[in-house]
Design a protein around this ligand. Structure first.
Ligand SMILES: CC(C)(COP(=O)(O)OP(=O)(O)OC[C@H]1O[C@@H](n2cnc3c(N)ncnc32)[C@H](O)[C@@H]1OP(=O)(O)O)[C@@H](O)C(=O)NCCC(=O)NCCS
Length: 104
């Protein structure tokens, strides 16, 4: 997910995330998983606010199918955070308060 810099902190990220969760609920998915290599706190806070929880971290992550030189492997260490959300019982934080949204 990426929001244009001039439009950040206006709720676009939350709106996009909620759209994904709405799609998952409507189509009967039980969970949504995502991964991010973002270093800035913005993405992590957004996903946590949408109700995702971090279920693991992979150090030295390499995108499947990608190749990296030996030097890149030594100096460029990517941390990949794995997030998961239970669609049936999701919890979202709005305006600093928690509210539980049940699937219809
Ligand atoms: C992460 C990103 C998509 C968020 O989009 P956004 O439209 O700004 O997000 P929202 O306005 O809906 O913000 C929702 C919440 O996310 C968190 N958040 C967003 N930007 C933040 C920042 N710069 N610092 C800390 N928290 C932040 C806050 O909890 C925020 O709620 P608040 O504004 O009430 O405090 C956007 O910052 C972005 O495009 N970043 C660069 C790309 C990236 O890192 N993408 C994720 C890779 S997987």
């Amino acid at each position: 997910m990426c929001v244009d810099q001039s439009c950040r902190r206006c709720g676009v990220g939350v709106a996009l995330g909620l759209k994904v969760l709405e799609f998952a609920a409507t189509h009967g998915y039980s969970s949504v998983v995502l991964g991010t290599t973002a270093y800035s706190p913005a993405a992590h806070q957004l996903y946590q606010r949408l109700g995702f929880r971090c279920v693991g971290v992979t150090n030295g992550y390499i995108t499947p199918g990608a190749r990296r030189s030996f030097l890149t492997q030594i100096f460029y260490r990517v941390r990949h955070h794995h997030y998961s959300l239970d669609v049936h019982n999701r919890k979202i934080t709005l305006n600093g308060e928690d509210s539980r949204q049940e699937r219809n």
